[in-house]
Write a new protein. Sequence first.
Length: 362
Amino acid sequence: MNRKLQSGEGSSLWKTSFLFLIGILLLAGLIFSILAAITFGNADISIKEVYQVLLYQVFGVEKFSAFGEGAIHDVVWLIRFPRVVLGAAVGMGLSVCGVVMQAIVKNPLADPYVLGISSGASLGATAAILFGFGTLFGSNSVGVMAFLGAMLTSFGVLFIANMGGRANAGKLILAGMAVSSVCSAFSSFLLYISNDKNGMAEVTYWTMGSLGGAKWENVRVILPVILLGTLFFWTQFRSLNLMLLGDEVSITLGTDLHKVRTWYMILASLMVGFAVYCAGMIGFVGLIIPHVIRMLFGTDHRRMIPLCAMLGAIFLIWADVICRSILKNAEMPIGIFVSLIGAPCFIYLMVRKSYGFGGARE
C-alpha cells in the first residue's frame, strides 16, 4: 500500500513538474514571438534598428534617442508593435472565451461566437458602415457599434434563455441560434436595401477580421480587459470543471451553477466584444486552440486556461505575420487565413484523436 501511495505521489509530482515546464516554455515562446514578429513587415527596416527603437521607447536608453522619432520609429512603435500586442491580446481572449463557452454550454463544438455574438457584432458594424449609425463615436464608430451589437445580443440570449424557467446549457444554445438567425437576417436586409457597393465591400472586409487598425489607444483598452478576464477565469477552474458534469451533478455536490453561468457569459461576452471592436471577426481561434490543449493535457481548467491563453496568443501573432508577409505589398485578412488552416487542422484532430470532454470519452 505504501509503495502504491509513493508511486501515485511520484506520478502526480512528475505530471505537475511537466505541466509547469510546458507553461514556462509557452511563456518563453510568447515573449519570443512578440519580439520576433516586430521584425517582419514590408518596410525595409533592419533587425538592429527595430530593437534600437524598442530599447529607447521601452527602457529609455539615451544612446538610441535618435530613434525616438522619424519614419523608422513610426513604423516600429506606432504600427508594428501595437499590432503584435493586439494580436496576442485577441488570440488570448478568444482562446480563453472558447474554453469558457464550451464549459458553459457543455459542448466541445462551441466557440466564443456560439451565442450569437458574431451576428450581433456584424449587425452593429453593418448599420454603422452603411447607414452611419454611431457617428458620434468618430473614427471608432464601426468598432463601437460592433461591440454594442455583441453585448446587446448576449443580454438578449440570456433574457430569452431565462424565459419560462431558469437557463441551462441547452436553452442557451437554442436561444443563441434564434438570436443569431434574427441578427443575420437584419444584416442581410440592410445590405439589400442599402444599394451601396463600397459599403458592402467594407462590411465584407470587416467580417474577415484584421489587425491592421491596431493603435496604442485600442491596445490600452483591450489588454487589461483580456488579462484580468483570463486571471479571473483561471481562479474559477472548479466551477468550470463542475459545468462539464452538468447541473444535476453540481447541485448534488452543493453548487448551483445558474448564477455562475450567467456571470461567466457576461464577462466572456465582454471580452469577445472588445476583441471584435479592435479586430473584427476572427473565427476558429476559440475553437481549435481549446481542442489542442484538451487533447494534449486533459480537461482540467486549472491547466487549460493558462495554456490556452498563451498558445492562442502565439498562434494569432504568427498567423498575422504570415498574413502581412505572404502577399507582396498587400495583406490577407487574418480571418481567411485562420479559417483556411483551422478547419483542416480541426478535422485532422477529430479524426486522429479521441479524448474526454467532461470525463466521458468522445
